[in-house]
Design a protein around this ligand. Sequence first.
Ligand SMILES: C[S@@+](CC[C@H](N)C(=O)[O-])C[C@H]1O[C@@H](n2cnc3c(N)ncnc32)[C@H](O)[C@@H]1O
Length: 293
Amino acid sequence: MTQVSSTLGAQDVPFSDSDFQALAALARREFGLSLAPSKKPLVYSRLSRRLKARHITGFPEYLQLLDKREESSERLELISALTTNVTSFFREDHHFQMLRNNCLPACAERSRNGKRVRIWSAGCSSGQEPYCIAMSVLDTIPEAHRQNIKILATDIDPQIIAKAKAGRYPAEDAASIPESYRKKWVTLESDGRSEIAMSNDLARLITFAELNLIAPWPFQGPFDAIFCRNVAIYFDQETQQKLWQRFCDLLVPGGYLFIGHSERVTGPASDLLKGVGITSYQKTATPSAAQPR
Ligand SMILES: C[S@@+](CC[C@H](N)C(=O)[O-])C[C@H]1O[C@@H](n2cnc3c(N)ncnc32)[C@H](O)[C@@H]1O
């Protein structure tokens, strides 16, 4: 049995291979997370803080606690410790360009004819992604508020969803927002904390909600575009492929899926999701001839 004892001081908690495997099994079962054995030191350094916070002296005890129904908030602490919330405004800007240039013009036409338009930011973290989608929507469809256009923004982490709803960020984060957008939809708060706030015009288009992507989804779509960027990277291949298929099922024909820079759509969904740009896919009505099963 390997202990990560080389990195531990006398006051530290032992972390055996079987502790790691039990945690990895729980993380996979509950959240679809894939924890390779190489992640053991990282998992230790992140979770030993949780043990200290809960005054727990061993990982077996922590695992028992995580199994308790009433400890759902500790399970969320676990996922926060094992994933990252890193995000920024107009991260991977080519996706927003494709949204504005290729996806939204057809949506504008449909919404003018009374049809619904839905865009989903799945794994939205602290909200920069859905606010950027909202800016892109209002830029392309200024009358969006008078039409049936909505953005759904979800994340598994309730604390990060609360932050996303608040829509306040350090002022320096605004640097990556185009100036014309900043002028219209971003205000500098004058309470001395050097914060920016997202305008109500953006917030009105967005519905924020908690959602575990590997659990059942309480809606059926369809969606015109789905952003799920830098989330599936934590999942094993089987979980990723199921997720791509579920997204594909919820997209309208011609709808777009945008994923993170180190992610790729693979598996059965790649029959219908055709690559149309960097980590950008469009759902075709018929299976792609280029990728026979
Ligand atoms: C790195 S952030 C990505 C934020 C944004 N999409 C971007 O690319 O900038 C990853 C987010 O995925 C969320 N996440 C991780 N596992 C999840 C799951 N099973 N269901 C829903 N969200 C999850 C995390 O809470 C985190 O906020």
